[in-house]
Ligand binder design. Structure first.
Ligand SMILES: Nc1ccn([C@@H]2O[C@H](COP(=O)(O)O)[C@@H](O)[C@H]2O)c(=O)n1
Ligand SMILES: C[C@@]1(CO)OP(=O)(O)OP(=O)(O)OC[C@H]1O
Length: 158
């Protein structure tokens, strides 16, 4: 049996925060704001996985009012979500990600991000695809006020 999931998340860009995307600390003058480390891409992958197994969303599992998740490493959160997927008897088909950012330029980091996601989901990197796009300077992403991500995931019964 196949299960499909999709995710969408946004985090604001501010001064004085790291810009962590897909678990990789990207050099940039602004960083992502959140209760956790605000890794917009890993949050979106987690949401897509939770959607695929009918387990709600990341906020249900890791509430943003819980001090336990202050500055949390989203890599650990995604690994917990992935354990839940496996406990429910599913394995990964593929994950397709789009990061929507006017800046920073992500192309130099895409391979590292892809490999890191494959490590976190314990799969081959061929099962992971990561894309980046600007919005041609339009909207909040185009004004560099924030970064968004969209993810689709396909799971299969083991
Ligand atoms: N933050 C970004 C955004 C885009 N890229 C790369 O540039 C290509 C062209 O982007 P457009 O928005 O003009 O279509 C895109 O396909 C990515 O390869 C990037 O590296 N980082
Ligand atoms: C993982 C959490 C934990 O606070 O991270 P946040 O940085 O608050 O990010 P958001 O994507 O707004 O919601 C998910 C939260 O559950």
């Amino acid at each position: 049996m196949f299960r499909i999931g999709q995710g969408f998340d946004v985090h604001q860009l501010v001064e004085g925060r790291p810009c962590i995307i897909g678990g990789i600390d990207i050099p940039y003058e602004y960083g992502l704001l959140g209760h956790s480390d605000a890794d917009v891409l890993l949050h979106t992958i987690a949401d897509a996985c939770l959607g695929a197994i009918g387990e709600g969303d990341i906020g249900k599992h890791f509430p943003d009012a819980d001090p336990a998740f202050k500055d949390a490493d989203s890599q650990k959160l995604l690994q917990e979500v992935w354990s839940l997927v496996e406990e429910k008897g599913y394995k990964l088909g593929n994950v397709d990600c789009t990061v929507i950012a006017q800046a920073p330029k992500l192309a130099p980091y895409i391979t590292s991000i892809r490999e890191n996601i494959a490590h976190l989901l314990q799969c081959d990197k061929e099962q992971i695809n990561v894309k980046a796009t600007t919005t041609e300077k339009l909207g909040f992403t185009g004004r560099k006020e924030g970064i968004a991500a969209q993810v689709a995931v396909l799971l299969m019964k083991k």
